[in-house]
Write a protein that binds this ligand. Sequence first.
Ligand code: GDG
Length: 474
Amino acid sequence: MTKAEFVVVANRLPVDRVVDAEGNESWRTSPGGLVTALEPVMRTEHGAWVGWPGQADLEHDPFDHDGTRLIPVTLSAEDVELYYEGMSNDTFWPLYHDVIAAPRYRRVWWDAYVRVNERFAQAAAKAAAKGATVWVQDYQLQLVPRMLREARPDLTIGYFHHIPFPAYGLYSQLPWRRQVLEGLLGADVIGFQRVADAGNFARAVRRLFRYETRATGIRVPEADGSTRVAVAKAFPISIDAASYVEMAGRPEIQARASEIRESLGNPKRILLGVDRLDYTKGIRHRLKAFGELIADGRIDVEDVTLVQVASPSRERVQAYIELRDEIELMVTRINGDHDTLGHSAIRYLHQGFPREEMVALYLAADVMLVTALRDGMNLVAKEYVATRIDNRGTLVLSEFAGASDELGTALRVNPHDIDALKDTIMRAIEMPPAEQGRRMRAMRRKVLDNDVAAWSHSFLDALAAASHAGEANR
Ligand code: GDG
């Protein structure tokens, strides 16, 4: 088997397995910015992608798909429960999102996390050619950089962290706080969404190891007595902006947007929320603010409708089961109290939709509500902005979402402050078109100039530079 010059390691493969009625297997590319951004690199560099195929106990040989070698990593049902649902989604996820929900620290989850990270590292080590570049993705695989470096010191290793990295006061709760930092420091470049995340990481390294940090460089002593410099820096992720602009211009998607408005009874204003159903997204705060605005008489349900898409997520994790109940109770109460026979206050959809339908929803919405309590970046905010080709529409954006660093002309808000949130929603609803245009144009420029291809190039350039610097030191 030919070895790859470029290897991506992520929890999930970029494809879903589909089995038809006759039992024939095929693989469908799962749409996502990362996949699109890396496609050209994958082709030219004989790329390989190491990841879980998404189904427990599935054993599958490596195979080629759309010019990329895919290398499935098998997870047993127990691995999924302990490593993925447990350690990844019930420990790291809440801890790294500032303990919005209580993280659970369980030693059996940690043991599984170590074991599964080892399996991913071994698969990557086997796939990579001599001197290849490996790019590890996200919090499910924080130990992989160090494990890979030990197995294959010839590799250049990058890591990107898609979610926030918390302040030391919270991070220090983690019983395995030293092991995780050691794992991450195995990378040559450790990328974060925000400057603040990179800063929190560097501070944790200083507090726990006393390593010297200068600007974005961290001096890491190695077992053989030498030292190397790991770079910890912000690389804010983005979307494939051109594809959203293209979809927004399609007549059939525009027609669908009008149809959506029509089916809601042509309200004067449509507000939209699009989130995975997750406690980090601030859906409850948004509903509370909206419900109060109706109760206060500042919003009339005949004029304004909120569409909330909450796509199903992590449905076996207890915190998500409870959150769904709370949200659905709130929606039913608000609608029960305020609906008229012809108009609903909130149209709530616990469903996933095709991308085209999402774009039609973005086009139909006058106001986009992104009220995350903590979010690495929040791509929904950028998608909304990219699709507003007529420069109309208003984005209400939480200052706790990474996107708020770049989208300075959004209406930024602290979602914990319900009165401020209510006032901001009213301001968005009432904003004159000229002001909408001014703000939207500035945001669109940002998103179109800094798309996901630019993001991956800047990360990979930094990685190449770090690897050359490393060679010079060796
Ligand atoms: C993590 C970090 C960071 C949602 N529902 C449907 C659907 N979506 C799409 C959206 C968007 C994506 O899923 C969600 O991305 P976000 O960035 O908003 O949030 P997370 O899923 O939490 O992502 C986040 C991101 O990683 C990237 O680094 O920005 O902070 O938490 O693209 O459009 N897409 C379709 N149907 C749905 O129902 N087709």
